[in-house]
Design a protein around this ligand. Structure first.
Ligand SMILES: [Zn+2]
Length: 451
């Protein structure tokens, strides 16, 4: 094909127009410029919402001002006085379809300020573009990225079919009892008719984002041995210490067998039953420490156990009763906490993370479309507020779009690079667009079970 001089000029003109169109949104709307996006993130990070005295009202005011600038409906709910939960709404054109809930928590864990390179509430940006702040990974980033993604979608003229809600909840870092737990059990939540919830994930040191379909349930076990007291020089059977040590040996063998599966790559961190001893209590106190020539009559140990939903809780209970604290060795046990492994329907508390779950498929495809990579779905090793939702049999996916970043949640010098943050906004833009446009199977209440 041949081009005349005029057609070449014409082609140049077309490509120029296309370029102008693509950068038009940013040019027309200065709030979409990178400095403004980063500055909003910094403002949120600078609000000190650290436990045990989080400035919840300052955070709520900031979030509501953001909602206003985006023309989102907003309300503040206090299930417990002084602990506001901010709920935002972007109404969909079909309010009968189950809605999307984008969840985040506003509180952060405390920090030892003097051990940080930059003050944890300064949101200082260094020469590499790393933003230092408590909450930069866990999880103020995600809360703001949802809002920024919506800002971009609105600027592009996108109209959601499904209603999109955003909830900013208090107290996740202290168990979520006055936040997510009450919210997910409320009539208000039922009325939102939620079909899928996005909650937090974890930073990934590799280029693959991490997504979580379940989490482990904490069982905090205390085992206690009783035995015959006696002189420290005597050898005899059935002392409390010996009884407890036999259990500890058995527990350590079990721990090693679980850890081995991680070490050889057979299972991921969240897929095994982790068992860690957290306290030992025994001995007869004396003014200088402990009495050295008396074998005590009681000995106790505390163990933090984390049980994945894929494990059999009954066989673990049997193991505890028969091997770790058997009556035959004068032992008893109790739980300081024993979170359920199964949901209220008796099914393992997990969200399907394969092509049978349209929400999973949509997320996976959206991440790829936005140029991201996703690792194998995982079980979250710790606990998040998503457990209160999965307990009700509702689906939740844990996801924080943080790749190529060391995992620093709850550590000193928690940071997030600004390019990683900006990329995460694009990822959420693709996910929210896909979720809010989804009109097919699995859209009515009756099919929730299979989701
Ligand atoms: Zn968190």
């Amino acid at each position: 094909m041949e081009f005349s001089c005029t057609s070449i000029v014409y082609l140049h003109l077309v490509s120029l127009l296309l370029f102008v169109a693509s950068s038009k949104i940013e040019a027309l709307d200065p709030t979409l410029s990178t400095p403004e996006i980063i500055s909003r993130f910094q403002q949120y990070l600078q609000i000190n919402t650290a436990q045990p005295n989080p400035q919840y009202y300052e955070a709520a005011d900031f979030l509501i001002s953001q909602a206003k600038s985006l023309s989102l409906e907003s309300q503040t709910i206090e299930f417990v006085k002084g602990k506001p939960l901010v709920l935002l709404k972007w109404p969909g054109t079909n309010p009968h379809l189950p809605s999307i809930l984008l969840y985040s928590h506003t509180d952060v864990v405390p920090s030892e300020d003097h051990k940080w390179t930059h003050h944890p509430f300064s949101a200082h940006i260094d020469e590499k573009g790393n933003i230092y702040a408590r909450g930069s990974q866990d999880m103020k980033c995600v809360g703001m990225q949802y809002l920024e993604a919506i800002r971009r979608l609105k600027a592009s003229g996108f109209q959601p079919l499904r209603t999109v809600y955003l909830s900013f909840a208090p107290d996740e870092e202290i168990g979520g009892h006055d936040g997510a737990e009450k919210f997910y059990e409320s009539k208000l939540f039922d009325d939102l008719n939620v079909g899928i919830v996005l909650d937090e994930g974890l930073a990934s040191p590799s280029e693959n984002y991490r997504a979580f379909y379940a989490e482990r349930s904490p069982w905090w076990l205390v085992i206690k041995a009783i035995g015959t007291p006696g002189h420290g020089a005597r050898l005899y059977d059935n002392t409390a210490m010996e009884n407890l040590l036999k259990s500890i040996e058995s527990i350590r063998r079990f721990r090693a067998s679980q850890f081995d599966m991680i070490k050889v790559g057979l299972k991921g961190e969240g897929e095994v039953i982790s068992v860690n001893m957290v306290f030992l209590k025994a001995g007869t106190p004396s003014p200088t420490g402990f009495v050295m020539n008396v074998q005590p009559s009681e000995a106790e140990a505390g163990i933090d156990i984390r049980v994945p939903p894929t494990a059999d809780p009954e066989s673990l209970e049997k193991r505890i009763a028969e091997e770790w604290a058997p009556i035959a060795r004068n032992m008893t046990f109790s739980f300081k906490q024993k979170a359920p492994v199964h949901d209220k329907f008796g099914k393992p508390m997990l969200t399907k993370a394969d092509r049978s779950n349209p929400w999973w498929t949509l997320l996976e495809d959206a991440v790829h479309k936005a140029g991201g990579k996703l690792g194998k779905p995982e079980i979250f090793p710790g606990a998040t507020d998503a457990r209160y939702l999965r307990r009700r049999g509702l689906p939740a996916i844990g996801f924080s779009p943080i790749a190529n970043t060391p995992l620093l949640l709850h550590e000193h010098d928690e940071f997030l690079n600004q390019d990683v943050y900006l990329k995460g906004i694009e990822i959420y833009e693709a996910i929210i667009k896909a979720y809010a446009s989804f009109a097919e199977r699995g859209t009515d209440k009756g099919s929730r079970d299979e989701l």
